[in-house]
Design a binder for this molecule. Structure first.
Ligand code: ATR
Length: 277
């Protein structure tokens, strides 16, 4: 029988996961279909129970459910537990197991474009599920200075408190972060601000961006957000969320099927659908 996979989130219409995974199922001869499910915050528990009841084989989890979903799964992989967020669920014999492939996906993608050193000074914008995974993974990789700028300071404080690695972290409100931006070599934008369809929004002004700084936005739709356009205009190196997206998807696909898929093909499929190059 054809297997069902999917992604749950709100918003969800922008997601390229369906075209990417459906292409992979075809290429690797797997009889399965991947569907986007629009699930609002209050409906998460019912949605997870429903996916379990219909024996969905696995699904991805995106904004705003990556943390909340942990309450509704049968088991959580230790890495996802430590990160405190789940973006991939595997149905193992009727039990839903949560994994996190975001942090690993982000670092794999970043390393292709930027040399991460222990001395790299990082500012993370946002403190949601994706930020958690990135923070944990960068700290685990040895980065010693990682600050936060988030609308809700308390959420960033919880991330810092929960991190088991030796890392120095402060939380700055938007204006303060903007004023001291020249302190950072790497700015990582993890909020949904600027994501399609609200493509004219930016979470931070880059007026004080330091020379040689690199700006990474985990959004891939649009391929160039307002903040990335601004960074390029100022001569900074930039990276959109495509590499992270493709790598997190590849690690998820591997968990579901045992196959590590063709990264370049995945990238091309997503780019084709986004109309980029
Ligand atoms: P997920 O856990 O799936 O990553 P999330 O918890 O909603 O989703 O995280 C999204 C991040 O984007 C959060 O840091 C959120 O800020 P809050 O912690 O204050 O909720 C941030 N975010 C979303 N919309 C925003 C907006 N309009 N302005 C500033 N930050 C925003």
């Amino acid at each position: 029988m054809k297997k069902l996979y999917g992604v749950i989130g709100d918003p969800i219409s922008h997601s390229m996961s369906p075209v990417m995974h459906n292409d992979l199922f075809k290429v690797y001869g797997i009889d399965a279909h991947y569907h986007p499910f629009h699930v609002k915050r209050g409906d998460l528990e019912a949605a997870v129970q429903g996916l379990k009841a219909i024996n969905c084989s696995g699904f991805n989890v995106t904004v705003p459910h990556k943390t909340e979903i942990m309450n509704f799964l049968d088991d959580i992989d230790p890495l996802a537990e430590a990160i405190g967020a789940v973006n991939t669920v595997v149905n193992k014999g009727g039990r839903l197991i949560g994994f996190n492939t975001d942090g690993r996906g982000f670092l794999e993608g970043l390393k292709r474009n930027f040399a991460v050193l222990d001395s790299t000074r990082v500012l993370i914008i946002g403190a949601g599920g994706a930020a958690k995974a990135i923070y944990y993974t960068m700290a685990h990789a040895g980065v010693k200075h990682i600050d936060f700028c988030n609308r809700t300071a308390e959420k960033a404080a919880q991330l810092i408190e929960a991190c088991p690695f030796s890392v120095q972290s402060n939380i700055y409100p938007r204006e303060k972060a903007e004023n001291r931006l020249s302190n950072y070599n790497l700015i990582i934008q993890t909020t949904s601000v600027g994501m399609s369809p609200n493509i004219n929004a930016s979470p931070l002004s880059l007026e004080n961006l330091g020379i040689g700084a690199f700006v990474s936005d985990i959004i891939y739709n649009p391929l160039e957000t307002v903040i990335l356009r601004d960074a390029k205009r100022r001569g900074a190196g930039t990276q959109n969320g495509l590499d992270m997206f493709v790598f997190q998807g590849a690690f998820a696909f591997e968990k579901w099927t045992g196959i590590f898929p063709d990264i370049e093909r995945m990238k091309q499929i997503v780019l084709k659908h986004l109309g980029g190059k």
